[in-house]
Write a protein that binds this ligand. Sequence first.
Ligand code: SF4
Length: 585
Amino acid sequence: APRAAAADRPARAVGERPARTAVERPARPAGERPARAAGDRPARAARPNGQWKIDGKTPLNANEELKAKDNGLNVRERIENIYAKGGFDSIPLEDLHGRFRWWGLYTQRKPGIDGGRTAQLEPHELEDKYFMMRVRLDAGAVTTKQLRVIGEISQEFGRDTADITDRQNIQYHWIQVEDVPEIWRRLESNGMQTTEACGDVPRVVLGSPVAGIAKDEIVDPTHLIDQITEKYVGDPELSNLPRKFKTAFTGHPSQDVVHEINDVGYVAYVHPEHGVVYDLWVGGGLSANPHLGQRLGVLVFEHQVVDVWVGVTQIFRDYGYRRLRNRARLKFLVKDWGVEKFREILETEYLGYKLLDGPPAPQPKTPGDHVGIHEQKDGRFYIGVAPNVGRVSGSILVKVADIAESAGSERVRFTPHQKMLVLDIPAEEVDRVADELAALGLNPRPGAFRRNTIACTGIEYCKLAIVDTKDTATAAIAELDQRLGDISHLKPIRLHVNGCPNSCARIQTADIGLKGQLIMNDEGEQVPGFQVHLGGGLASETREEAGLGRTVRGLKVAATDIPNYVERVVRNFEKGREGDETFAQ
Ligand code: SF4
């Protein structure tokens, strides 16, 4: 997610940091340095990492000070009573760049600032007086009534913007602080919220978009997700974590929630002795320092799921690193402790009971994006459509609600792949609904790249971005699908496009991942481009285990050259592949 606070900014590339001058670091006069005999160097005391249970709660950086001073949740009252009346200029910076995130609000990038200036300007110089607002939709599930409310808010307050994120949220742009209380009133009176949609908190819980309807479902975990969100979203006890905390649940055999890159992930499977249980993963996360989650090696029974979630979250709160912001994700603690210690602390200090050892869930056998037309277990159908890299609009969402309701459907779901499903369509209505969705630009039979490409927010709105993503990816998709046609025999080739070194679009988990940066073209001009990562992927029907893509030394591609580059890669792969070999292999 785009991050606003100064301490959040990504490390500057080499060469961007001004050299330290001699004046800043006076030389010690000769003779002042005490001679140290060999072997008498005092042992350096371990530097505190800001772990609350070990080092105490004294804040060790500006972000921790801000959170200790006043919980992010408390800013709501000020937004409603002060800032919405006083306007943008009445908001102090520590609320604007800090606590607003707890309610799903970030300032958006001022139009017209090119990517070359991103690292040079301070956040307040980059930002506009408008906000990005994220509506948290746990498990991506909405009713058509809720979808219409989401769309109408966008039309009225967000210049008709709406992006489906790769965490099943809807993101608006152009929101003014004056309108935020009314937006909350409309969302909340219809069972939706922006609470803890961003910030150092438990974020939206990913859930299988076909929960409760898929014919091949193992189990529907919706009630467990509901228990967690109803009880713990907005709980002050869990609202000051070291950094963001991401959760994923799936009861579908395609393992459709990218669980390996969440802080905690639950994957259901059928155990030969115990029936349906969950395989537990911890410590996944990407960004500039990517780690895949690790299996804890336990099986979790349904009645233990919520307890275990609370325990893992509390471990993060109590033992997570809080000194350096770029080491504050759970993945670093899991890496340093190892899964054995993590499990022991979870069992002894938080659960008070032992978990049973468990084997891994089996490899997925079907694609997990759910695009296309599929029969549900009740005999009706769901239709999965592929907007271009998640971009829709309020008007489109209202129309989707109308189309769904015209066929008797009341349910829509968003996926972690920036796609959308319309559920519960009777057989005799499927063709009509599919045609009407396609006429809106939501094709249930998209080309391979339209189907398998995602892109982050990029320079259009994100203050950390260096290059454009949404328009660049949309143009590339159209070109590639036209040039390459049907490549279904090659199995999915996933293309992920990021606007900066963060990894909101999960570049390290794509077959072809593009990381935005400025590059030199052949004429020696600086142009928007991308560093290429190849060969990443999560467990899927074509790959047994997740693996991170690698950069290919020196391989960079200009934004305008993406179609040529990707076409070359795909054609070379097709020419050289053996038998049924997939890109992932
Ligand atoms: Fe995330 Fe993209 Fe913004 Fe970078 S440019 S912070 S990857 S949304």
